[in-house]
Design a protein around this ligand. Structure first.
Ligand SMILES: [Zn+2]
Length: 82
């Protein structure tokens, strides 16, 4: 399927205790990259993407750089996502 993005913010914030604490009350802990599924390492920089439909999701640095590319991204192909 194709996801169209309103924006992608690279290196928005680090994955650390503060982030984990903030997300722990949520049903979506955002502890792994939505794209490649890898769990974030401590202090890894997280990127946030807002699709035109659905909820914002987080990406690891590698995916933000390689899969998503620059901030001018309009659409990307993703795999078996719900
Ligand atoms: Zn990733």
């Amino acid at each position: 399927m194709t996801i169209n993005f309103n924006w992608v913010r690279k290196d928005l914030l680090p994955y650390n205790d503060m982030f984990r604490k903030a997300r722990s009350k949520s049903r979506n802990p955002m502890n792994s990259c939505k794209w490649c599924g890898n769990q974030f390492a401590d202090n890894e920089m997280i990127s946030l993407a807002q699709p035109t439909k659905g909820k914002n999701f987080v990406l690891c640095k590698k995916c933000a750089d390689e899969a998503i590319g620059g901030e001018d991204i309009q659409s990307v192909e993703v795999g078996n996502d719900e």
